[in-house]
Ligand binder design. Sequence first.
Ligand code: IPE
Ligand code: IPE
Ligand code: MG
Length: 254
Amino acid sequence: MFHLFKRGQTGAKPEDIVELAPDNIPEHIAIIMDGNGRWARKRGLPRIAGHHAGMKAVKRATIAADEIGVKVLTLYAFSTENWKRPREEVDFLMKLPQEFLALELQELIDKNVQVRMTGWKEGLPGHTLEAVETAIERTKRNTGLILNFALNYGSRHEIVNAVREIAEDVRSGKLREEDICESLISGRLLTQSLPDPDLIIRTSGEIRISNFLLWQMAYSELWFTDIYWPEFTESHLVQAVGEYQRRARRYGGL
Ligand code: IPE
Ligand code: IPE
Ligand code: MG
């Protein structure tokens, strides 16, 4: 067992200490980072101020995940449905990867983190894509935590694409219908190189999935919290993993 203390606290009280079993750390945690707009509104600020503050929470979540030994951290940053938002908000969101990576890329490199992206590159502005691709390129030989941004990602679209691809392969004779199985489908998704998420976290009090990793989360544990994403700290991640460790994952068995 090892202990993790709440950050910024000297002499943490016993109730602040969460004990995590090192042999049962979720390999892949995926987070629906929600509530930036409401966080800002509550403070009388424009919604974009919430998105900006959310970047610090991204950093905290990354550090905590790395420290406790998570292998993959997927962060839902922009969905295929988020294009419906006002132009100015979308433009602001599309500038965040550049801003985040300008500040943090060196530290990510130093910490041996591998940056990845899950989503459609088509449709992203050139400056956004360039920032992400530079980070992916510069961290591709790293061997530590995979920090995977779900950017312009939508699960139904992902499944439709996979089905089309498989149908085409059957039509052309590359695949037989009887070859279609669960692992073949998993291998046609954008997450093909990643394990399924063990733990899904959603902030902001919404209890829904919003088109995130529908196939992949068949047996994920879900953890919801009312706090808004900009308020998310290392200790929330530790709390979620603590709860995860108390769950019995049965996969339909006994
Ligand atoms: C999450 O915060 C960030 C994105 C979806 C890009 P929101 O912008 O959804 O904030 P709320 O849910 O409106 O408060
Ligand atoms: C989900 O949040 C998408 C991201 C966190 C990127 P939304 O705020 O878009 O989800 P809904 O609209 O509340 O379902
Ligand atoms: Mg939202």
